[in-house]
Design a protein around this ligand. Structure first.
Ligand code: PNS
Length: 161
């Protein structure tokens, strides 16, 4: 059985992430969305909130589930018999960081490969940070994130309408 991990912070999940998740689910038998418990960042959404939102938005994709992980990604992958890491590439600006991460991971875990999917052009500019920035100014983010996430963002920002 082919199993891949799509890791990230997902603070929060965007339609760009969801596009990569859907396409990965058509390539692999099983896709685990790995939400990093990064204690050095202070996320808008708690780890539990991020995992729950992800599981809600992928509830119609049977071979995908979100879980949290701590520590090194490749260690988590090994423990779960995962041989492929999926990452999205939006633009050339992502490339340097992604290449470094893929090569570093491969140095310590030669059996694990990174597969890059190019982001749908419609979402090439999109990031969780942009979404949070827009939401903080009351901009409608319904076209950028799943409906549930847009609602949760409004709650976080204290905009309940
Ligand atoms: O969505 P992000 O924040 O760009 O995702 C980054 C992530 C979670 C993929 C990366 O920071 C990661 O894998 N962290 C876990 C710790 C680790 O394995 N570090 C070595 C990577 S070179």
């Amino acid at each position: 059985m082919s199993r891949a991990i799509y890791p990230g912070s997902f603070d929060p999940v965007t339609l760009g992430h969801l596009d990569i998740i859907k396409r990965s689910s058509e390539i692999f038998d099983e896709v685990i969305i790995g939400v990093l418990n990064n204690t050095s960042k202070s996320p808008l959404f708690s780890l539990e909130e991020r995992v729950n939102m992800l599981n809600e938005v992928v509830s119609d994709i049977p071979n995908v589930k979100a879980v949290s992980f701590d520590g090194l990604l490749v260690e988590f992958a090994k423990e779960n018999d995962i041989k492929v890491i999926v990452r999205g590439l939006r633009a050339v600006t992502d490339f340097e960081y992604e290449l470094q991460m893929a090569q570093s991971n491969r140095k310590i875990a030669p059996d694990i490969d990174t597969l890059f999917l190019t982001t749908n052009i419609e979402y090439a500019y999109l990031s969780s940070s942009i979404v949070k920035e827009f939401a903080s100014y009351g901009v409608d983010v319904n076209e950028l994130v799943p409906e549930l996430v847009a609602l949760e963002l409004k709650k976080k920002m204290g905009i309940d309408k």
